[in-house]
Design a protein around this ligand. Structure first.
Ligand code: NI
Length: 160
């Protein structure tokens, strides 16, 4: 178990485009494990590799709902529909949130850590997390797509 340092907005690495994973290696498997450890340590629901300084198309997500824990390699959204409007945060912008409009339903094709193809379907929070984490792979942060300026999390919101 290793917790990696999460890069904070302002760090150039968060603005770069990540590269496809050509083959899984022990080093990348360790990265995936470390990304889960880092995400859980920070109490997040998702983390993308550039957030720990690695420009590879890898994200981890766990909504804490049954069957909604994934490591996604080279993920691509192949379908989206519907709309949800809600607050979104990011481990790279601690203590901040903003309202972001996202599709309410997405289908995502990716590879798992064994480079087997997988298709996942998400509604609600999972759909939001998939969109948010995939944006990171192209250097996009939620303030870029938010409906309003980023604001500080208030004490009441923190309890939610
Ligand atoms: Ni994020």
């Amino acid at each position: 178990m290793a917790i990696r340092k999460i890069r904070i907005m302002g760090d150039d690495v968060l603005r770069k485009t990540s590269k496809e994973v050509k083959e899984m290696t022990p080093r990348l498997k360790t990265l995936v494990e470390d990304m889960f450890d880092t995400m859980y340590d920070a109490m997040g629901v998702g983390l993308a590799a550039p957030q720990v300084g690695i420009l590879k198309r890898i994200v981890v997500i766990d909504t804490y709902e049954e069957g909604e824990k994934f490591a996604l390699i080279n993920p691509v959204i192949t379908h989206k529909d519907g709309e949800q409007v809600g607050d979104e945060g990011c481990l790279s912008l601690p203590g901040k949130v903003a309202t972001v409009k996202r599709p309410d339903h997405v289908i995502c094709e990716a590879y798992d850590v064994n480079m087997e193809p997988i298709t996942i379907e998400g509604h609600g929070l999972l759909a939001r997390a998939i969109c948010h984490e995939l944006d990171h792979l192209d250097g996009v942060l939620y303030p870029d797509v938010a409906e309003e300026p980023v604001r500080n999390v208030t004490y009441e919101e923190e309890g939610e």
